[in-house]
Design a protein around this ligand. Sequence first.
Ligand SMILES: [Zn+2]
Length: 294
Amino acid sequence: MRQSRNSQHPFASLLLASCILALLLAACGKPESLVFDGAAAYAHVEAQCDLGFRPTGSDAGWATGDYIISYLEEQGWTVETEEFTYHDVPVRNIVGRVGEGPVIVLGAHYDTRRSADEENPSVPVMGANDGASGVAVLLELARALDRDKLQQQVWLAFFDAEDNGRLDGWEWCVGSSYMATHLEIMPEAVVVVDMIGDADQQLFLERNSDPALQERLWEIGATLAYTDTFISQYRWAMYDDHVPFAQQGIPAVDIIDFDYPYWHTTQDTRDKVSAESLERVGRVVEVWLEGMDD
Ligand SMILES: [Zn+2]
């Protein structure tokens, strides 16, 4: 199952990545404080886990939404929610917006699975990686994106009700499907980040993603010397929050590390997530958005 790793010394690649990043940022004249910071992102993972299990319709799930909304507002984003009911449970998508022009959507689900797939089915999943990691990357981007450099409007979309698929007749990706079928503006692109925080990070190309956009993102990963983790080979085909947008004809990519042994288990806890993994994904998206028309 596992890929063999590049034999380059990890410290050497880290050093190289830091140098390249410093050069890139110096070239762009970007202040250091506006660089995506993995430790700041990790703090958002901790804050979500501190709220407890966060399935759709739970008090902790609602509190997670409130946490996202207050952080976005604090960072100056315009926030709207999309609320509806599914199987008698209240569902709330959250969208933060900045900028002008064509729309780019960055998405992540913030709900966690209400039952682990193994063990006692009444035990929920903490979702430190499956849920909290993607949200953490989006929230740190809300702080770090340099709005003067954006050539387009950016929406940060936090989807509810992604992760109860096959439980009591629930479907997967309920929130993102709702958003994709209720769009008033067609986005130019959608990039979903899901399960990207694993300390043992392996981001393969995903078969339901738009190939050209995916290639562009993995090229940025290579420019930042992340080829050990942004692995330019296909592995999985995922039904994830990008698919409902792809079905509307929008180029959509899922950045996902599905080689995660703790997926949908009670072991998906914060100790499995690393700040460095969050940072690599955040910086690739950051460079993509800020440097797109350079
Ligand atoms: Zn999941």
